[in-house]
Write a protein that binds this ligand. Structure first.
Ligand SMILES: NC(=O)c1ccc[n+]([C@@H]2O[C@H](COP(=O)([O-])OP(=O)(O)OC[C@H]3O[C@@H](n4cnc5c(N)ncnc54)[C@H](O)[C@@H]3O)[C@@H](O)[C@H]2O)c1
Ligand SMILES: [Zn+2]
Length: 418
């Protein structure tokens, strides 16, 4: 469970400290318990965390609470990241030797398969937990998780449910994980056919965004992660949206400076929303950061996860933007800006999974709305746009209109491909 603050910083209002009650009067049949636990964690932006001998970010991250003592830590790595960088595993071992006064690497790094399918494999979670048990990892030891959003979610979940939460340092290695999922507070695995059905709200102990990892990422995944930047800009920041439009060619050719800035700004906006938005653990019914996601999660599933999360998000953004235009919420010209930006970044705004239908002939993707609502409970709340840079929540989606928007995306796609 979440990284706890020191007991001294927990504010407890205890009835026991108040004037003793008159024992002859009846005892109240309810005592209110109330406390709050502050969370804070650093997100470092760096290059060459292992490669550069002068880089001590990992050491700082692990020992940030007790710099005076030696810290036990273990490492889990996405096997595709390790394959793309053959010196990575040894890099951790060499780093631990260099910082032997502060760090104790308790075992050779453990590799797990990367990609969405790892979130369906509960045996991997158990395997990881059994490994943590064997290593006698306690709540003061650190698990460093290196990988894309899928591995961070899966291994983060395993760690969050071990001893009710051991310290986790996330090292996100994809654009999407560096600008969105890795700096957030959630972990999850898929179960019973539902995406992210099992999971926790668990802020990390620290996050290290190392730009080196982006260099080995396949182009498809580099593009996919930019969907989250378009998302957060569209609902929160007009200036960032305009910046994305202006620099779209630099981003499309993955120019390092542009990528770096895009990741940084997107992570800042994402973190600002979680920290200042008033509902970090999603107790309410709204999930503004999930603009475009009701359809995206369903499409990922219907496509058998051949669509990546980012690709599905791009389609979901276009769909809900078209819905906002159709209902008169958003001027058409602003909708066009969003579709054009996504297309110029390299996204296709249509997928054949939209045509999968149930026995009554209804598009199966529509079930995504009910699933989205069920995930949080309460009223259906879907984020739409009423301007570029300004999200707006609605509580009813007219399905025939939404169906028409899907048809519109298909026509647009066919016209582009013709
Ligand atoms: N917890 C959250 O708040 C949250 C938010 C958004 C998304 N997510 C989840 O994140 C997942 C998607 O994550 P993703 O887009 O990072 O994809 P991913 O983790 O599935 O990675 C994509 C592929 O790239 C490989 N890879 C990762 N980094 C690499 C690197 N540096 N070099 C070479 N290959 C590399 C992976 O092994 C995988 O095959 C989804 O499951 C999504 O639901 C979680
Ligand atoms: Zn997302």
């Amino acid at each position: 469970m979440p990284q706890r603050a020191s007991p001294l910083s927990v504010i407890v209002k205890s009835d026991l400290e108040e004037t003793p009650r008159d024992m002859s009067s009846p005892a109240p049949d309810m005592i209110e318990q109330r406390f709050s636990v502050p969370f804070h964690f650093p997100v470092y932006f760096t290059d060459g965390m292992l490669r550069d001998p002068g880089n001590s970010v990992l050491r700082q991250a692990i020992s940030r609470k007790e710099p005076g003592r030696r810290h036990r830590f273990a490492v889990v790595i996405d096997s595709q990241v390790a394959r793309a960088d053959p010196v990575l595993v040894r890099g951790f071992q060499a780093y631990a030797c260099r910082h032997d006064d502060a760090l104790d690497l308790v075992a050779a790094p453990h590799l797990v398969k990367g990609g969405e399918l790892i979130k369906n494999d509960h045996l991997t979670v158990l395997g990881l937990q059994s490994w943590l048990h064997k290593l006698r990892m306690d709540r003061h030891a650190c698990l460093v998780i290196v990988g894309g959003g899928s591995v961070l979610d899966m291994a983060g979940y395993a760690a969050a449910t071990t001893h009710r939460g051991i310290r986790v340092i996330r090292v996100p290695t994809t654009v999407l994980a560096q600008n969105d999922s890795g700096v957030g507070v959630k972990t999850a695995i898929n179960a019973f056919g539902a995406k992210n059905f099992l999971g926790t709200f668990t802020p990390p102990f620290a996050v290290i965004n190392d730009h080196d990892f982006i260099a080995t990422l396949p182009d498809r995944d580099r593009i996919a992660g930019m969907a989250e930047a378009v998302k957060v800009a569209a609902i929160r920041d007009t200036v960032f949206f305009e910046w994305l439009e202006t620099h779209v060619e630099r981003l499309r050719s993955f120019e390092p400076q542009a990528m770096r800035w895009m990741i940084r700004r997107c992570a800042e906006l994402h973190m600002h929303h979680i920290g200042q938005g008033g509902d970090p653990f999603e107790f309410g019914s709204a999930r503004p950061l999930d603009f475009g996601h009701w359809a995206a999660h369903k499409l990922e599933n219907l496509s058998g996860y051949t669509l990546t999360h980012g690709e599905a998000v791009a389609i979901g953004l276009a769909l809900d933007t078209r819905y906002a235009v159709t209902t008169g919420m958003l001027p058409e010209i602003q909708g066009e800006r969003l579709y054009r930006l996504l297309e110029r970044l390299g996204f296709r705004l249509w997928h054949e999974a939209f045509e999968q239908r149930d026995a009554q002939g209804r598009r199966q993707v529509m079930a995504g709305l009910a699933e989205f609502q069920e995930h949080l409970g309460g009223d259906l709340t879907v984020t739409m746009l009423d301007a570029i840079g300004r999200g707006r929540e609605i509580h009813e989606v007219r399905q025939p209109l939404m169906d028409g928007c899907i048809d519109w995306l298909r026509e647009r796609d066919h016209a582009r491909c013709a």
